[in-house]
Ligand binder design. Structure first.
Ligand SMILES: NC(=O)NCCC(=O)O
Ligand SMILES: [Zn+2]
Ligand SMILES: [Zn+2]
Length: 464
């Protein structure tokens, strides 16, 4: 049976414009927008958005639900992680399926489908991590692009785990140049970093803060430069994930000034946290261990600037939570054994709204970097990332004046700490629709595991 929902009285904010409009939702899609009260629409349900923003659901293009890493698993399952995402106003995630070395891409993809199927509260897609570039996996890339896995992550970091050498990365980029796929790179010089890790440990430097010291900004910049040049040789676009160093932003900016199809993502942890957090005493710094690492505070200005100038296009979370107790603690006495990753899928939309309040970005830029650009980058735009007739009715009613304090006591992510504990935020998600269904209704979860559907993606709309 068809359900009509009318969202009345709000300010509709998209990446393109801001309009005082009512929004009519029918059969899970946006049916129409019209000036407040100008249409006599009947509806089964009316959502009052007076004094609120009506924004597209967030698109978080970088998550790792229940990812195996460092001898343990990221602590959010697809069920808990997507529920938390909904609480935070995100209605689509793109997670990473992983190829095991020596095995087919298909096997990894099937395994990730099995984990997510029937578990998700919101829609989801997959990128594929290439851990083993060979003739077989290169051929498989073509098939995956055709069926909606149109992006592939390769690592210049983590030797013996996900690492690919330059020749392998070049071959994957050449394949992507032919099939329309987008290569994503984790750009840090992992070989050099491993030398520095061993040298630090042999000097007795074992605390979490040394994680930040050995993973040098210059080694992020070097790898960023290298993958850009490899992409140029291959004639392929490249998207650099979790950019944290000002020197890496400079590499992206230089390439983009030359007109190259080079794109970059940063994450809230690099915008709001720093090496000061990694240096917290009593092993508390372990909560902030992720790669690329947090940088000294000075880098934040360059990331904000990159987001304003569009040298960085996307803010994703790299949500990869590990509990402090029992997981982060695996690295007591050896920082290199701390599982890499931080939580954030629930906090991204709020933290970026705080950035609007603080004057770092405009309201429309908030929607661009958190909704529209990630949707476009990963072949979802039109269906996701905007509020326009025909788009999925993934809509957030956002109260820009509500006050909240971020805390592990109140968040919904399955992790025993918040990296943002005690941070005051102006603005809060009030109501969330996913394909027209209420999943958060005035700060109550009304969704269900299994509502979220797998979304096959097209070719990047930045590229194709
Ligand atoms: N980023 C991180 O520390 N963990 C997740 C894996 C990755 O994205 O490299
Ligand atoms: Zn990475
Ligand atoms: Zn990641």
């Amino acid at each position: 049976m068809s359900t009509r929902t009318l969202i009345r009285g709000g300010l509709v904010v998209t990446a393109a414009d801001e309009t005082h409009a009512d929004v009519l939702v029918e059969d899970g899609r946006i049916a129409a927008l019209a000036a407040h009260g100008s249409q006599d629409w009947s509806a089964d349900r009316v959502v009052d958005a007076t004094h609120k923003y009506v924004i597209p659901g967030g698109v978080d293009a970088h998550t790792h639900m229940q990812m195996p890493f460092g001898g343990t698993y990221a602590s959010d399952t697809f069920e808990t992680g997507t529920r938390a995402a909904a609480w935070g106003g995100t209605t689509t995630i793109v997670d990473f399926a992983i190829q095991t070395k020596g095995r087919a891409l298909r096997e990894g993809l099937d395994a990730w489908h099995a984990k997510a199927d029937g578990q998700c509260a919101i829609d989801y897609g997959f990128h594929m991590i290439l851990s083993d570039v060979n003739d077989g996996s290169l051929k498989e890339m073509d098939l995956l692009v055709e069926e909606g896995i149109s992006s592939f992550k390769l690592f210049t970091a983590y030797p013996d785990v996900f690492y690919s050498d330059d020749g392998q990365i070049l071959r994957a980029m050449q394949q992507a140049a032919g099939n329309g796929g987008l290569i994503m790179t984790h750009a840090e010089n992992g070989i050099a970093i491993d030398v520095l890790v061993q040298q630090a440990l042999s000097r007795g430097e074992s605390d979490p803060r040394y994680h930040g010291e050995v993973r040098k900004a210059l080694l992020e910049a070097e790898a960023t430069h290298r993958v850009i040049k490899l992409a140029q040789v291959a004639g392929a676009p490249v998207y650099v994930v979790h950019v944290s160093a000002r020197e890496a932003v400079a590499e992206l900016a230089r390439a983009r000034d030359e007109g190259l199809p080079v794109f970059g993502e940063t994450c809230p942890q690099y915008l709001f946290l720093s090496t000061d957090n990694l240096a917290e005493p009593d092993f508390e710094g372990a909560k902030y261990v992720c790669s690329t690492p947090l940088r000294p505070k000075e880098h934040q200005d360059f990331l904000w600037r990159g987001l304003r100038t569009n040298d960085l296009q996307v803010v994703s979370t790299d949500h990869c939570p590990f509990c402090f107790v029992g997981q982060k603690e695996l690295g007591r006495g050896d920082f290199s054994k701390i599982p890499n990753g931080m939580p954030g899928v629930e906090n991204r939309m709020d933290l970026l709204h705080q950035a609007v309040v603080d004057g770092h970005i405009t309201r429309r830029r908030w929607i661009e970097i958190a909704c529209a650009a990630p949707a476009r980058m990963f072949g979802l735009y039109g269906q996701k990332g905007t509020i326009a007739p025909g788009a999925d009715a993934d809509i957030v009613i956002y109260d820009p004046n509500a006050q909240q304090t971020l805390s592990a006591e109140t968040h919904h992510m399955n992790v025993d700490y918040s990296p943002y504990e005690g941070k005051r935020i102006t603005g809060r998600v009030e109501t969330v629709l996913s394909r027209g269904e209420l999943v958060i209704d005035q700060r109550e979860f009304t969704g269900r595991a299994g509502h979220g559907a797998y979304v096959p993606r097209g070719i990047s709309q930045y590229v194709g």
